[in-house]
Write a protein that binds this ligand. Sequence first.
Ligand code: 0O2
Length: 213
Amino acid sequence: MQKIDWDNYLLPFEQAVEELKVKFKNLRNELKKRDEHTPIEFVTGRVKSLASIYNKAKRLQVPINEQIAWELRDIAGIRVMCQFIDDIAVVTEMIRQRKDMTVFLEKDYVSKPKESGYRGYHLSVEYPLMTARGQLTIPVEIQIRTLGMNFWATIEHSLNYKYEGVIPSDIRQRLIEAAKASYKLDNEMNNIREEIKEAQVAFTRKEELEVDS
Ligand code: 0O2
């Protein structure tokens, strides 16, 4: 089997992550200036580490070759964080409507969480990239989460790292309970989102007036 030159192979994924982070940050800034509420709170992105690529390939039992990115789909990953659960659908629809990427797979772990308690909405998109060697289309996974879902997933990810993927069952159970509590909070906040949005708009206006005067 031909060996992969990882530095070269990952180059377009790094470029795609950088481009998409800018695009989603610009989208947030535009919405913030135009409308009074933006469904995007903040955006992050990363290229999957080699260790994580090998682990996932092993778990899915797929060979390591040039096609690996299409098997794993999340070598390039973008995360969009939202304040409210309803914002997730708004961002999802914006992505579906975009002309610079094509959605080819959606996984709804918001209404159907993973066994671990993990929630998030995953979109796999084909992203055309202009490189020095011409156009390439690469897969990118966009994860959309509320701030609460992201907080939970970040903590769980560190514990998984600490316990090398085998979290003790008592801690695992508490994480499941914490995920339920976090989702309850997300729903409560979602139910009073109009009140919260109005308060945030009033607060921003007050700050702007103070700066102007
Ligand atoms: P990293 O950043 O690579 O170290 P998908 O096709 O992605 O919708 P699939 O195939 O089940 O779902 O994917 P996988 O590999 O289980 O998860 C993909 C990514 O989703 C993970 O990347 C996490 O970011 C997130 N995720 C999925 N399940 C969990 C979970 O139970 N806990 C947490 N914390 N995150 C989860 P990596 O590979 O973990 O991260």
